[in-house]
Each structure stands twice: as structure tokens, then as C-alpha cells.
Design a protein. Structure first.
Ligand SMILES: Cc1cc2nc3c(=O)[nH]c(=O)nc-3n(C[C@H](O)[C@H](O)[C@H](O)COP(=O)(O)OP(=O)(O)OC[C@H]3O[C@@H](n4cnc5c(N)ncnc54)[C@H](O)[C@@H]3O)c2cc1C
Ligand code: SF4
Ligand code: SF4
Length: 433
């Protein structure tokens, strides 16, 4: 088989109407939810320019088709306030605080204050769950990700830190649960991963009992592996010689760090790695994401950046501080218990400053309605968002900015049509499947 094809059994485009719509609109977020539902018919493959996408090899049953249509975040998402504090930009919540892990190793290793990892350690150490399904560096692909099951705090520490690369933590979920029938798990994923899992749980209450805690983080988008390779190139770190790669963490915000086979390291600031390179490689679905803040999770962590006198976030290296958002009563109880156990130190947070310290999230939410309208005008499929306050967010934008986003999306959409997926190829010439 030539290195850049998806294999003889692959159905490209897919037979599945749901997946065909996703592919036609380039709407896949790469969560792996569909592959978890029909693992013998769908697998996640790395396709150019380095995103995880489902590849179909056999027809889906009507039940599989309906389930995918109901849970795929590329097709849509639904959010309900359900008595919580509503928020146009940030989604419904019960409580927001800032905080950090009292364990200094976890605080240092985490992307911001290690709060998310500390909450996971708390869940494991109190026996609330038997394991954590989360994302860590892939063993064979230094710039890529793999899904891991952490059953001890050491595993959580090893997986701490944001990895700005594709992850599909839902792929293999059902197989994992079947393999450990008596165990309960916490799940960490991007907001879209968690939205898909929450929707799956609505269809299957047994799944809610097996995975009782869902955690997420604010998410500006997933860059392709070509973006990761561009960071390596800027660091003059040849891919073949790079044995380990950290996107962030080990400090706040922490440096993008390549470790070479000879033991030397090359580093780049977060401002340069994310701001100048990775953010330009983000997938299309992320540019029209209505939920970069994890509305479906019990608990969400983010960077509690400090702001300068003009309100812009500061990226100077310092001791990490996470924003912690409890979205459910369960999340609130876990947060309170971790505080009481001395695992987290916290401070009150004023939600009115969030728009200033998260400008990327703010602007994307405000621009979303105009971007979706631009895509609709071009006849491109868009996700069906319900309860995500698109109009109220757009009303916070001046008309001129909405028009710029509307016409900008039309221009981009006319320039770039989704093509036939090709397997991702590494610089060594080997394809990675
Ligand atoms: C793609 C991406 C975009 C982000 N965008 C923003 C943003 O716009 N604003 C913001 O404030 N924060 C953003 N973050 C989150 C932020 O970097 C921190 O994760 C957050 O501040 C929590 O820090 P922490 O120290 O509490 O978490 P940590 O203790 O570092 O824990 C991080 C957790 O995230 C998991 N994880 C890491 N990478 C991935 C991945 N690719 N897919 C799934 N799970 C992963 C790890 O398994 C770990 O459990 C983003 C993170 C990612 C991965
Ligand atoms: S977004 Fe998730 S469920 Fe939808 S097609 Fe992509 S991987 Fe499958
Ligand atoms: S920006 Fe939205 S769609 Fe993209 S990875 Fe993050 S949560 Fe998923």
C-alpha cells in the first residue's frame, strides 16, 4: 500500500451519512467518539496535515448510525443552564475560583497550577475512582499524543501539562470499560471530547455510572502535527533526533521543550510556540467552536493569567495558578473535598475579569454567529448548536467586526474545500497510522 493512502478497505468518503456530513464540512474535532461506538468498523487515523480522523471500513448498523448522529460534536452540541449561573461567554457554572496544587511537583509540572492533575490525584487517592482516562505523550511519536489509563498519582504527574496536538481519548473507551467491568473511571478531555461523552451517557446511563467524573480545560483549538513539526524546525531539533517533546508545563506557562537523543534540550517560550506557530495550524472545527470552555464537564481548569494595566494577559514565567470552574454539584463537592484535604490551595475569583484574561476565547465566541453565517452562505455544513447563546455573544461585538468575520469566513471557505484525506507522513518518510 502506498504510504499516503488509507488502506484498501477504507470507505472514502464514508458510507455513513453522519460521517459524510462531518467530512464534507471538515467538522471533525477528532474526539474518537464514533470509533468507540463501532470499533470494528471505524478507527482513528492520522491524516494530513496531522489530525486524527475516523476511517470507515464496513457499513454501520442503524443503531450505530443514530448514536453517532446524536453524539458527534462535529454535528452539534446542546447545553442547558439547569438552574446554574448563566454566562453568555463562559457557559453555565456554579462556582469559579483560582487555585493550585499544594504538591510543588504537580504545581510545577502542570500547565498552569496543576489543579486539574491534583483533582485527579484526589479522586484516585480517596478511591472515588479506580483510574483516570487521560492524554499523555505518545511513546512512539514525540510530538503526538496517546490515551493512557492512570491508576496512581505518579501516572497523573507524568501526564500533567497541555499537549497542543490531536488526541482522541474516546477511541477504545467501550473496550477499556469491558476489560475492567468492576472499575469506575474519571475522564479528562478537550471540551468536545467531554461533550461527546456526556451525550453518550445520556443515551446509556450505565456509562454514566462507569465514568462518573468528567474533567476538561479551556481549549483554544487543536493544532496539526505539521504545527508541532514547525516548532521543532524553529528549534533546529530534527524530528528523527527528538526523543521527547513537551508543549508546556514545568513552569507557568512553561517552555516548549525538545529533548534530543544526545540528552541536550532546545526551548521556546509559550508566546512563540503557541502565539507564533501552533495557533496558525488549528483545525477548522476549532475556529467555529461554541464550547471552548467545557460546558459539559463537572470541573474545568484554565489559565488564570494575570493581566497588565490594559487588561491583556501576561505570559511571564511564574508559579502556576489555575482557574477552576465547577459546573455541576458533583464538581463543586469534589473541589470542596480536595480543598478540605489540603490538596488544593484556592482564592476567590471575580468572573467579570475573565473576558480580559481569555481574549482568544472571548473573541471566538463573539465572532461565531458571523462565521457560521458565512459558512451557511457558501452551502457548507455547520454544527447545530443549541443553548449556546450565539446571538447574545455576537451582540457584544461591533457590527464591523461581525461583518469582517462573516466575509472572512466566506473568503476562506471559497479558497479551501475539504479534499480526500491522505495518511499523515513524518519527515523520515514513514506514515503514522
Ligand atoms: C489544545 C489545548 C488548548 C488549550 N487552550 C486553552 C485556552 O484557550 N485557555 C486556557 O486557559 N487554557 C487552555 N488550555 C488548557 C491549559 O493549558 C491548562 O490545561 C489548564 O490551564 C489546566 O492546567 P492545570 O495545570 O490545572 O492542568 P494539568 O495539571 O497540566 O493537567 C492537564 C490535563 O490535560 C490533559 N491533556 C493535555 N493535553 C491534552 C490533549 N491534547 N487532549 C486531551 N487532554 C489533554 C492531561 O492528560 C492532563 O490531565 C488548553 C489546553 C490544550 C491541550
Ligand atoms: S468529531 Fe468525534 S464523533 Fe464526530 S466524526 Fe470526529 S471523531 Fe467521530
Ligand atoms: S476548540 Fe473546540 S472543537 Fe477544537 S479541540 Fe477545542 S473543544 Fe474541540
Amino acid at each position: 500500500m502506498p504510504a499516503d493512502t488509507l488502506g484498501p478497505a477504507s470507505r472514502v468518503p464514508p458510507d455513513s451519512p453522519a460521517l459524510r456530513r462531518v467530512q464534507a464540512g471538515d467538522l471533525c474535532a477528532g474526539c474518537g467518539g464514533c470509533a468507540s461506538i463501532a470499533p470494528d468498523k471505524l478507527r482513528m487515523a492520522l491524516v494530513e496535515p496531522g489530525f486524527l480522523r475516523p476511517v470507515q471500513s464496513a457499513p454501520l448498523s442503524p443503531v450505530e448510525e443514530d448514536t453517532i448522529a446524536a453524539i458527534c460534536p462535529g454535528l452539534g452540541q446542546r447545553v442547558e443552564d439547569a438552574g446554574r449561573t448563566p454566562s453568555v461567554l463562559w457557559g453555565p457554572y456554579l462556582e469559579m475560583q483560582t487555585g493550585w496544587a499544594t504538591d510543588p511537583d504537580l504545581r510545577f509540572a502542570g500547565s498552569s497550577g496543576g489543579a486539574l492533575s491534583m483533582l485527579l490525584c484526589h479522586l484516585l487517592e480517596t478511591g472515588a475512582v479506580d483510574g483516570v482516562i487521560q492524554t499523555a505523550a505518545a511513546p512512539q511519536l514525540s510530538i503526538g499524543n496517546g490515551t493512557v489509563l492512570s491508576t496512581r498519582s505518579e501516572g497523573v504527574l507524568a501526564a500533567a501539562g497541555s499537549r497542543y496536538a490531536p488526541s482522541a481519548p474516546l477511541e477504545g473507551l467501550h473496550a477499556r470499560l469491558t476489560a475492567s467491568p468492576a472499575q469506575r473511571f474519571a475522564f479528562v478531555g478537550k471540551p468536545c471530547d467531554v461533550a461527546a461523552l456526556r451525550a453518550l451517557q445520556e443515551q446509556d446511563p450505565g456509562l454514566a455510572a462507569r465514568v462518573p467524573v468528567l474533567l476538561s480545560f479551556f481549549c483554544a483549538g487543536v493544532p496539526s502535527l505539521r504545527g508541532g513539526l514547525e516548532v521543532l524546525a524553529a528549534l533546529e531539533a530534527p524530528y528523527q533526533d527528538t526523543v521527547a517533546f513537551r508543549y508546556r508545563g514545568n513552569g507557568w506557562p512553561g517552555y516548549a521543550t525538545a529533548t534530543l537523543a544526545d540528552g541536550t534540550t532546545r526551548q521556546m517560550s509559550y508566546h512563540d510556540s503557541w502565539g507564533r506557530i501552533l495557533s496558525r495550524h488549528v483545525q477548522h472545527r476549532c475556529k467555529i467552536c461554541a464550547d471552548g470552555t467545557g460546558t459539559a464537564a463537572d470541573l474545568v481548569c484554565a489559565d488564570a493569567w494575570e493581566a497588565d494595566e490594559k487588561g491583556y494577559p501576561l505570559f511571564d514565567e511564574q508559579e502556576g495558578v489555575s482557574l477552576i470552574v465547577a459546573r455541576t454539584v458533583k464538581g463543586q463537592q469534589i473541589l470542596a473535598a480536595a480543598q478540605a484535604a489540603g490538596r488544593l490551595e484556592t482564592a476567590p475569583f471575580d468572573p467579570t475579569i475573565l473576558a480580559a484574561i481569555q481574549p482568544g476565547q472571548r473573541e471566538r465566541r463573539r465572532a461565531l454567529l458571523a462565521r457560521l453565517a458565512g459558512l451557511r452562505v457558501c452551502g457548507r455544513p455547520v454544527p447545530d448548536y443549541r443553548g449556546l447563546t450565539l446571538k447574545a455573544a455576537a451582540a457584544q461585538n461591533p457590527l464591523g467586526r461581525n461583518l469582517r468575520n462573516f466575509f472572512g469566513m466566506i473568503r476562506r471557505s471559497l479558497r479551501r474545500k475539504p479534499g480526500r484525506p491522505r495518511l499523515f507522513t513524518l519527515p523520515s518518510g514513514s506514515s503514522h497510522d
